[in-house]
Design a protein around this ligand. Structure first.
Ligand code: AMP
Length: 412
């Protein structure tokens, strides 16, 4: 279990708090198109305001590669953040320098400032300590609420944590608690449902989970390569020929370690990768040479539902089929609803994460009934791979600081 200093451990009244959050939101026509990430960090900011801190919000947006670019300005985020908080948010057109310093020197308790995109400065992504020092000058306390950026040793993530008294915000705390509950010290039996397009992007995840979980449910495009490794032909389905051996090795490792692997027993096979493409449900060993597996079949859904009923903890990453295309989301949606029902009945802890997973659970209409859904993509996957995230280590309790330093040196 990680032990952190959190915002509950510090008196922030009248002090300037630098808050690193992830406001990397989609912007269309100069407006925030999806405010999910804003809503997620708003409670920590509101808490700081209520406790009379002077709040300075730091974030990146997109990949401007160290150059100022209007396309990646955080300016449109200020009104959206103001709306979420129900109070004014003052936007400053840079994040370091004498102008920013002089404005913030007159900040009042309870005020919120949003600074311009950190990545307009090349030092941010390089983890440059001079840039970090220019940021650190602006405040007295550092609060990190950007779990989704914690796999990066960037200046505003690890640099500020090295330089300033540092605390985890509420979202950071919630993400870590959920992942620990699902992966580090879960109630057993446990299962991971791993789906999505390709094995190649999730080899390290599978290798780590095989050693930790009681059961692994494999679905989506990646199941096809596992089927091939078992000698089952999959027609024209998405496969990765160079991953067949890897799939076989993962299955061997699972067998040795007593981890059960569940693959589809029936599948929905379509003529083409398109919405409403003509399709049939067939047993998994009866896929025609020109067929394309786009979803798990109803028998598999029923098996997975009863499998979930015997679990205490489920960790979910990746869809079971091509859920964006009607009707090939049925497998994912059916299993997601069954998981949500078990969570609602208090019988299952279900933690999900990763970009497409959130979209799939939203499409199934169950995201708010899972125990926790992480919006972090890369950071969530790296945690599942068993890697220590530099931005999380940087917040570890003082007692662990020697360990924290050596681990940080490793990752840099
Ligand atoms: P990932 O980003 O690896 O989680 O992959 C998500 C993508 O996998 C989604 O866009 C799905 O449409 C796709 N996917 C899931 N199952 C299949 C399948 N059987 N064939 C092709 N693509 C799939």
């Amino acid at each position: 279990m990680h032990k952190f200093r959190t915002i509950s451990d510090v008196d922030v009244a009248w002090r300037t708090v630098l808050m690193r959050v992830d406001l990397n939101v989609p912007i269309r026509d100069g407006k925030v198109a999806d405010a999910t990430r804003i809503a997620r960090v708003a409670p920590t900011i509101a808490d700081m305001v209520k406790r009379r801190a002077k709040v300075v919000v730091l974030s990146h947006l997109g990949r401007p590669k160290g150059k100022v670019s209007a396309e990646y300005s955080l300016a449109p985020v200020a009104p959206a953040l103001a709306q979420a908080l129900g109070q004014e948010v003052k936007f400053l057109p840079d994040c370091i320098g004498p102008d920013v310093e002089s404005v913030l020197a007159t900040a009042k308790p309870g005020e919120v400032y949003l600074l311009e995109n950190l990545r307009f400065h090349a030092g941010e992504e390089k983890g440059d300590m001079d840039f970090a020092r220019s940021l650190a000058k602006l405040g007295e306390i550092f609060v990190s609420d950007a779990f989704s950026s914690s796999h990066r040793a960037h200046a505003s993530i690890t640099g500020l944590a090295d330089l300033m008294p540092s605390y985890a915000g509420r979202l950071m705390g919630a993400e870590i608690s959920a992942l620990e509950a699902a992966l580090e010290c879960p109630k057993r039996p446990t299962a991971a449902l791993v789906g999505g397009a390709k094995i190649s992007s999730k080899i390290a995840v599978l290798e780590n989970l095989v050693g930790k979980m009681d059961r692994i449910i494999i679905g989506g495009g990646m199941a096809n390569t596992f089927l091939l490794a078992k000698g089952i032909p999959v027609g024209k389905s998405l496969i990765e020929a160079d991953m067949v051996e890897t799939a076989a090795r993962i299955m061997d490792k699972a067998k040795e370690g007593g981890c059960e692997i569940l693959l589809p027993s029936d599948v929905v096979v379509a003529e083409s990768f398109a919405a409403n493409a003509p399709h049939v449900v067939v047993p998994v060993d009866k896929v025609s040479p020109d067929g394309m597996i786009l979803d798990v079949g109803p028998e598999t859904v029923a098996t997975l539902k009863s499998s979930l009923g015997t679990l205490a903890t489920l960790l979910w990453n990746g869809p079971l089929g091509a859920f964006e295309l009607e009707p090939f989301g049925n497998g994912t949606f059916g299993v997601a609803r069954a998981a949500a029902d078990l969570v609602s009945a208090g019988k299952l802890v279900a933690v999900a994460g990763g970009g497409d997973t959130v979209a799939a659970l939203n499409a199934a209409g169950v995201a708010d009934r899972f125990t926790y859904v992480s919006t972090a993509g890369g950071a969530f996957l790296e945690w599942l791979e068993g890697r220590e995230l530099p931005g999380v280590i940087a917040l570890l309790d003082n007692q662990a600081s020697a360990q924290k330093k050596s681990k940080l040196e490793e990752v840099r």
